[in-house]
Design a protein around this ligand. Structure first.
Ligand code: 0X9
Ligand code: CA
Ligand code: ZN
Length: 424
């Protein structure tokens, strides 16, 4: 069933729409419809991770952490709950430069064409694998990049996942940039040639195509985060895929059990069809009892951060994360951050989340892994919707950082000089 767009059609991509109009239009639809209405709010006087986690536990998404303030996306109900906790949230207007859907960003049909082109141009280096279907039945595609790409060679594997969150379109551009870098750079650049020869690289360029398409399909961006799957017993649409992973799912107040919430964790762990498909794909990389993927990055926007597990707890060391394992994540995260200028930290330093991909990839699969929160650093630079003119600069910016992860993929523990213990 289709629901009317909350905003007045003004002509796709031609007429920039002021952010205030978007916000008011969104709020005006009320909270009882099947399309929950989310708004952007600022909360002042918040400076600790504990306060931020308490705020996130109401079901809002924390979009940005400032020195003494927060930006959140949430429903009116969430804002009422925050008010009763003593947090005053004020509607926040994005800068006027926020554009309506910008044709410089790649749509899902365009992405599928690009994937086919890359594979056609580099048949020995790049291969496409359909690893499942989205809720709406679109193909979910993975691109493998390696020498002898059609053979499953015994080489360390690296995973890049993109666009769990629909509105984080710059992450899809990052995937395209990596595909081009690793294929066009092969035979041109010695380091890239060696890495493509010695690794098997999996790029999942958009794990939430239904959400992306929905976010782009209106006359203004829709600020959509979740997938497009209905929930049991509710007319609300969408699961926050990065709260739906099967490690300590829903454990710790880091997600919402309300289908209307923008951080809804889903009806059960892996109930999100796209999460189940990616999780099956990852489990499928276990060969002879050994997970082939050693390291991974999950790309998000925004705030310019490199984050590592765990997100469900503030503790660094747990039964599932030894001191050396933690130190490996921190050292690799810091080493990559030197290259791109992002801020490295444990993900719960920001706020507690549960059911995130980071926690599952590490605790369930033993994969050393990171979340990148890409450009911009602040909402004033466009938040989730920077102009497409930044794409080339902000994707190139991560080349060296990504190559550093690929360098260490033979044995991430090498970065703390523990390759003999862990990889010997
Ligand atoms: O909340 C998320 O899922 C990620 N941020 S976003 O603004 N892209 O939605 C951050 C995930 C990393 N985990 C934690 N911060 N715990
Ligand atoms: Ca190979
Ligand atoms: Zn995200």
């Amino acid at each position: 069933m289709e629901h009317p767009s909350p905003t007045t059609p003004v002509g796709r991509a031609l007429v920039p729409v002021a952010a205030g109009a978007l916000l008011l239009g969104t709020l005006a639809t009320g909270s009882a419809t099947a399309e929950p209405s989310y708004g952007l709010y600022e909360i002042d006087g918040v400076s600790t991770a504990e306060e931020r986690s308490q705020i996130a536990a109401t079901g809002v998404a924390i979009d940005h952490v400032g020195d003494d303030s927060l930006l959140v996306t949430g429903s009116i109900d969430d804002i009422d709950e925050l008010d009763s906790l003593g947090y005053a949230a004020e509607p926040y207007e994005l800068p006027e430069t926020l554009a309506s859907p910008d044709p410089g960003y790649t749509t899902y049909p365009e992405l599928l064409e690009i994937v086919d082109e890359v594979v056609a141009e580099h048949p020995d280096l790049a291969a496409k694998e359909v690893y499942g279907q989205s809720y709406e039945g679109q193909d979910l595609v993975a691109v493998k990049i390696s020498d002898n790409v059609s053979v499953d060679e015994d080489q360390p594997e690296v995973l890049f996942t993109h666009s769990q969150h629909a509105r984080e379109h710059l992450t899809v551009e990052m995937a395209i940039h990596l595909m081009d870098l690793l294929t066009d750079g092969y035979g041109e650049d010695d380091r890239i040639t060696e890495l493509v020869d010695g690794r098997e690289i999996w790029i999942l360029p958009n794990v939430n195509p239904d959400g992306s398409e929905y976010d782009m399909a209106g006359d203004t961006w829709r600020d959509w985060r979740k997938n497009r799957q209905p929930s049991e017993g509710s007319s609300a649409i969408g699961t926050d895929l990065n709260r739906n992973w099967a490690y300590n799912w829903g454990c710790c107040g880091g997600s919402s059990d309300d289908p209307e919430s923008i951080t809804y964790r889903g009806d059960a762990a892996e109930s999100g069809v796209e999460v189940a498909a990616v999780a099956d794909f990852v489990r499928g990389r276990v060969v002879d009892g050994e997970q082939q993927i050693t390291s991974a990055i999950d790309f998000h926007t925004y705030s310019e951060l490199i984050l590592w597990p765990f997100g469900y707890t503030y503790d660094q060391v747990t039964d599932a994360m030894s001191r050396e394992e933690y130190d490996t994540h921190a050292a690799l995260g810091e080493y990559m951050a030197e290259a791109n200028g992002y801020t490295p930290q444990q993900s719960s330093d920001l706020y507690v989340t549960d059911g995130s991909i980071n926690d599952w990839l590490w605790a369930d699969q033993g994969i050393v892994n990171f979340t990148y929160e890409m450009y911009p650093k602040s909402p004033a630079e466009g938040g989730f919707y920077p102009p497409s003119s930044v794409i080339e600069r902000e994707t190139s910016r991560n080349e060296e950082a990504v190559l550093r992860l690929l360098d260490y993929a033979d044995c991430p523990y090498r970065i703390i000089d523990e390759e003999e213990t862990y990889c010997g």
